[in-house]
Unconditional design. Structure first.
Length: 89
């Protein structure tokens, strides 16, 4: 197994820090912007539903939205890794 080069590491880290940034750096600006907007909107909706207060009626919904935003972020990181490593075009 060969070690990943610096470009792969940089793009994966960029994607992990900010949703869509890895796609923007790959030249897919519209896709990266759309991913950023979707993940951010999902996280903001989750935060607005009071996920820190277990006695709130919207507690479970808020936690679910935040979990979905985190899963989307992870999938974006994996997508950038696959695209930059040549497994996906």
């Amino acid at each position: 197994m060969k070690r990943p080069d610096g470009k792969i590491v940089l793009l994966v880290l960029a994607s992990a820090v900010l949703p869509g940034l890895g796609h923007v750096l790959l030249g897919r600006r519209a896709r990266g912007g759309a991913f950023f907007a979707v993940v951010l909107a999902t996280a903001l909706v989750g935060l607005s539903l009071d996920p820190r207060n277990p006695s709130a009626a919207t507690y479970e919904y808020g936690r679910t939205y935040l979990l979905v935003a985190a899963i989307m972020q992870l999938l974006l990181v994996l997508d950038v890794f696959e695209r930059v490593s040549g497994r996906r075009t």
